[in-house]
Design a protein around this ligand. Structure first.
Ligand SMILES: C[S@@+](CC[C@H](N)C(=O)[O-])C[C@H]1O[C@@H](n2cnc3c(N)ncnc32)[C@H](O)[C@@H]1O
Ligand SMILES: CC(C)=CCC/C(C)=C/COP(=O)(O)OP(=O)(O)O
Ligand SMILES: [Mg+2]
Length: 302
């Protein structure tokens, strides 16, 4: 596959300073082609069955305490259905926490979801703020799915997903009120990523990410982190890299919240379900041995 034109070929500094959008065709690399194929083919029941609960389809993990009352008795015929609903509630709670950190968003603002998946967080953002939400994904199947959901909800004029590389989006310079990565930073170089967020965000705008990252206190990525990388074909960064790359790109942390303890109940419940995918123990073990952390980082574009 011929490498597509990259931002460096087009003189990123000149174009960016002129306020032009540096549109880098997706996929820009063979790796991105692999990731596009991964998500075009993905159809795991643990994702589709949870999204079927209320039409919000997520590809991220849950946080919060288990509502044991809502689960009922494991011996009941309805238990598995209630377990699916509870896992989904925790995944939606995770998206709500991300939205809580976007700051004051007006109806005429534009938000950007970098790595938007099937669009569940985009719908929730529009339902909360009434604003426009632009999403990008490498997967044409995900973009089509998200846009179909927006049409079904009658919000297609506010919520739009497109196939586009999050490292080179067509969005105007300095116009986004806020932007986020919800479990999508582990597929890209963080310096490149935060340079693009810094370009599209208004001065004073807000960037938020929820991510898994390896813990520099542990030393290096553990075998469990390596198992997660192999399972998703991703490249988990260390906590240190996030803060360094943000500082290099005019993103100053406003909050850093360790969600590791908050996500464990979700994983321990998920590990008991019929929807297990085999990656549950790697997450549980890495969270418990301290090698892997689940963080929310909110930063101001200064
Ligand atoms: C784990 S999913 C998260 C989806 C969504 N944020 C959510 O919370 O449901 C990761 C997403 O990142 C997207 N992605 C990975 N690398 C990308 C890139 N370079 N440009 C755009 N999207 C990318 C994938 O296509 C996928 O939609
Ligand atoms: C925290 C980390 C390292 C996440 C990696 C990115 C990822 C694949 C998230 C979940 O997607 P999914 O919801 O499709 O995965 P699953 O099939 O496990 O539910
Ligand atoms: Mg999932």
């Amino acid at each position: 596959m011929e490498p597509s034109v990259t931002s460096t070929d087009l003189g990123a500094d000149v174009a960016a300073s002129a306020g032009a959008a540096m549109f880098i065709p997706a996929p820009a690399t063979p790796y991105q082609g692999d990731i596009a194929r991964y998500w075009d083919r993905e159809a795991r029941p643990v994702n589709l069955r949870l999204g079927d609960v209320d039409g919000l389809y997520h590809h991220h993990y849950g946080i919060g305490d288990i509502d044991r009352g809502a689960l009922g008795d494991p011996g009941d015929s309805t238990y598995e259905k209630k377990l699916i609903a509870e896992l989904h509630r925790l995944e939606s709670a995770q998206a709500e926490l991300l939205l809580d950190h976007l700051g004051p968003i007006e109806r005429d603002d534009t938000l950007v979801d970098a790595g938007c998946g099937r669009g569940g967080s985009m719908v929730m953002a529009h339902q909360r703020f009434g604003c426009r939400v632009e999403g990008v994904t490498l997967s044409a199947k995900q973009a089509d799915f998200a846009n179909q959901r927006a049409r079904e909800l009658g919000i297609e004029d506010h919520v739009r997903a497109r196939v586009c590389n999050m490292l080179g989006t067509p969005f105007e310079t300095g116009r986004a009120a806020a932007s986020w990565n919800n479990e999508s930073t582990m597929y890209v170089d963080l310096e490149d990523l935060f340079a693009e967020h810094s370009r599209i965000l208004a001065i004073g705008g807000r960037y938020v990410t929820i991510t898994g990252c390896w813990n520099p206190r542990y030393g290096q990525p553990s075998k469990y982190v390596s198992q997660i990388n192999a399972h998703f074909e991703c490249n988990i960064h260390s906590r240190r890299e996030y803060l360094r790359a943000m500082a290099d790109n005019r993103l100053v942390p406003q909050a850093v919240i360790d969600l590791t303890a908050a996500t464990l109940p979700y994983w321990e419940l998920r590990a008991t379900s019929a929807l297990v995918t085999g990656i549950e123990e790697a997450f549980i073990n890495s969270y418990k041995d301290g090698s892997f952390q689940y963080l929310l980082i909110a930063a101001d574009r200064v």
